[in-house]
Design a protein around this ligand. Sequence first.
Ligand SMILES: Cc1ncc(C[n+]2csc(CCOP(=O)(O)OP(=O)(O)O)c2C)c(N)n1
Ligand SMILES: [Mg+2]
Length: 105
Amino acid sequence: MLGDGSVHYTVSGLWTAAQHNIPVVFVVTRNSEYAALKALSRRMDTPDVPGLELPAMDIPAIATAYGIESERVESLTELTSAVKHALGSDQPRLIEVTLRRLADR
Ligand SMILES: Cc1ncc(C[n+]2csc(CCOP(=O)(O)OP(=O)(O)O)c2C)c(N)n1
Ligand SMILES: [Mg+2]
């Protein structure tokens, strides 16, 4: 599992999984923000840090570009079914799950 921001730090993992056909299931939580960094900035009393929004990013398309089958799910039921399907596959897959943003913590 990785966040929609963190996926970019480790994007080469998609390439490795595709090249070696490793049946990893990547589950990406999509909240369209760097929530951890927002929380950190609040804790450090540095409000209005720029660049912490991640709008309009098509992460399943990034997986497709690396040759990995992918899908986007919107509910727990869809996620459960997608993960079960992916775990039964002998190929890597990426599932993006859309999250509701929680109140600022
Ligand atoms: C290579 C690397 N760079 C920077 C960080 C610091 N870091 C920890 S969490 C985070 C952002 C996480 O954002 P996201 O993946 O979208 O998860 P969210 O907090 O939104 O759930 C960053 C930059 C890190 N852990 N590793
Ligand atoms: Mg995020």
